[in-house]
Design a protein around this ligand. Sequence first.
Ligand SMILES: [Zn+2]
Length: 169
Amino acid sequence: MEALPEHTIAIGGLKDGSHRYQFPLGPAFFGRCGVEEFLGGEAEVDVTLEKTNHLIVALIHVEGHVDMLCDHCNAPMQQAINGDQRQIFKLTGEDESDEDELVSLDPSTNEINLTHYIFECISLHLPIRHVHPAGQCDPAVTEALEKVAVHHQPDPRWAALENLKNKSA
Ligand SMILES: [Zn+2]
């Protein structure tokens, strides 16, 4: 997803130590994720940056919900998200690590943008299957699905016939 200016943090003059940032995410954010399944959403992102001389460790916490269609009844539902992600930025400019968690930055970098990592944190914590809590699906669809299920059960008359056949054998 493209970097959004509101998720840029100036690190140029940032002192060593712990820094906290909060980013509220609304429907506009979820609309720009490029994920067709996202109908909207609302979440709070809490970021703690731990800065030392050569490292910035970003602890990202996302809590809220994404509006999606239910996999069972296809009606809109709110999928809760609650997850953490850690991202490490190395300020040495040496790119010797293959680890995803570690990003190498040029020491003269003045800012970092967190949009990508926030989006990643949301994506990684979404369940593959999202359905309404039990009993909250669209009743019309539930009823229709139950009818189909009943239809696919073996016809009791066949069972009776089988019984007869077994008796006569
Ligand atoms: Zn449902």
